[in-house]
Design a protein around this ligand. Structure first.
Ligand code: ADP
Ligand code: MG
Length: 483
């Protein structure tokens, strides 16, 4: 047994979710991404003396939405607090955050792991705060440049309990967080652009131990994959140290994504003392039950609700349901599609196979697809009524339909000569002809060479120019041979 199997990993994640509000957390400056540097910076953002912050109502609403979606307890009296530190991208010299009174406590986020088992991660808290500006070290070779547009942008910080046990679980949890904030429409969930950020706290301990090991915090991972890689690296590093009898330093580390290792940034022993105190310029925000009920009544549909509906009501497989739900826009397309057809399974197949491969081949997103869900339903109806075969629909009708998205499926199918012959009288006469022409083979069949059935059906299909319904042809040929 490898030494690594003697240990258990303990992970807690801290995620920063950048909110999609129009304006900043405590000022009316625009909170837009990609504006000219230092243009969305009023005196409030810059922290000039005598200016006063005002809480952004939308940010409160977004926090309550996330609180409801994570089954959190939402606090009535919300204080803000100053977290004091000096940094060039923090013009005020402090960050307004929540310290002792986070808006949410005690919720959880559940997700499914690859093996189908359920992962439930309990949340310690979710609190509201503002972002700092951005220091750019790689634009000017001699100077650090500072863009204060991001200073004051609203954030929610989601802190988990130390419930996560592997890099794979961390990955699954983060994927669920991203899905959730996208469905809630409170954050674009784009980790590469920094609107979703994650720090990982990692420790290891011998299996069966009840106390936690010393933890290391890893920052600067810009993708879910890198969070998983950094965790996997850290687990091995920590176990190797323990096995060699070395101590684990309690510290903050960074991840080098090119080389795939973590390195020390700073020791926690010399950690900042932030001297939190209640923000004197802001009144507490009171969140009433009525307010929560109001937000609840306006909640969008969430991934787990869709999952229930798809698997229980529509009888989709869990796999298919998850494939659809994974991306909000795909799920919305499906939801529209099933208002036009009740063949839920076929609708899922068309979306996950035909539409998805069409999009993949052209590197398009579903939002860029100029093809109404209703049109897919028309194709499904043609197949279900036996007028067009499944393969003709996929290979001939669909590609032509997307090129002429306003045509009616049946009209186009007639034009393309795809309507299959399900008229059994006509089909029967084709079959009779084929059997007559192949009398010797028919005799062989009757003598026990039943493998010839496929050959007869193939001939019939050829004679019908591919328009016969293959299932029906099969049935009728068999009947005729056994007469
Ligand atoms: P700090 O004071 O260093 O910020 P916190 O107690 O606030 O630490 O916890 C921060 C995060 O670290 C939380 O997500 C928590 O679940 C996680 N955490 C706490 N202790 C451990 C540990 N021993 N191993 C791994 N993660 C931990
Ligand atoms: Mg902490």
């Amino acid at each position: 047994m490898s030494v690594y199997n003697k240990y258990e990993t303990v992970i807690g994640l801290e995620c920063h979710v950048q909110l999609l509000t129009k304006t900043k957390m405590y000022s009316s400056d625009l909170a837009e991404y990609g504006a000219m540097p230092n243009t969305n910076v009023s005196v409030v953002t810059l922290g000039h003396p005598g200016t006063l912050p005002v809480v952004n109502k939308s940010a409160i609403e977004y926090a309550v939405k996330l609180g409801i979606a994570t089954n959190s307890t939402i606090r009535y009296e919300n204080q803000f607090a100053r977290k004091n530190y000096f940094y060039a991208d923090l013009p005020k010299g402090y960050q307004i955050t929540q310290d002792k009174t986070p808006i949410c406590n005690g919720g959880y986020i559940s997700t499914k792991l690859k093996d189908g088992s359920e992962l439930r991660v309990n949340l310690t808290r979710i609190h509201m705060e503002e972002d700092a500006g951005k220091s750019m070290h790689d634009i000017d070779p001699f100077n650090t440049l500072i863009d204060l547009n991001r200073a004051g942008t609203p954030l929610l910080e989601i802190v988990t309990e130390p419930d996560i046990r592997s890099g794979e679980e961390a990955y699954a949890y983060l994927t669920e967080v991203r899905k959730l904030v996208r469905y809630l429409d409170i954050c674009d969930g784009n980790m590469e652009e920094g609107s979703l950020r994650c720090d990982a706290n990692i420790s290891v301990r011998l299996k069966g131990t009840s106390t936690f090991g010393k933890k290391v915090e890893v920052k600067n991972m810009n993708s879910f994959r890198n969070v998983q890689r950094a965790i996997d690296f850290e687990i091995k590093r920590q176990i190797d140290l323990i096995e060699a009898g070395e101590p684990i330093a309690v510290e903050t580390r960074s991840f080098n994504a090119e080389e795939g290792y973590t390195f020390s940034l700073r020791s926690k022993e010399s950690a900042n003392d932030y001297r939190y105190f209640p923000e004197p310029d802001l009144q507490p925000v009171f969140i009433t039950q009525e307010y929560i009920a109001d937000v609840k009544s306006k909640m969008p549909i969430l991934p787990n609700q869709l999952f229930e509906r798809y698997t229980k009501e529509f009888k989709l497989s869990e796999y298919d349901a998850n494939q659809i739900i994974d991306q909000k826009e795909i799920a919305f397309y499906y939801n529209k599609l099933i208002t036009h057809t009740s063949n839920y399974k076929s609708a899922a197949n068309w979306l996950l196979v035909n539409i998805k491969s069409y999009l993949n081949e052209r590197a398009l997103t579903i939002q860029e697809l100029n093809f109404e869900p209703k049109k897919i339903a028309e194709i499904i109806a043609l197949i279900d009524s036996g007028k067009v075969s499944n393969s003709a629909a996929s290979q001939k009708l669909f590609p032509e339909m997307v090129n002429q998205p306003n045509r009616i499926a049946e009209v186009l199918a007639i034009e393309l000569d795809l309507i299959q012959n399900s008229n059994s009288d006509e089909l029967q006469s084709i079959i009779d002809n084929v059997l007559l022409k192949n009398a010797a083979k028919v005799q062989e069949y009757k003598n026990g060479k039943v493998g010839l059935l496929g050959m007869f059906v193939g001939e019939v299909m050829k004679e019908s120019k591919g328009k016969a319904d293959p299932k029906l042809a099969n049935q009728l040929v068999k009947q005729s041979l056994e007469k």
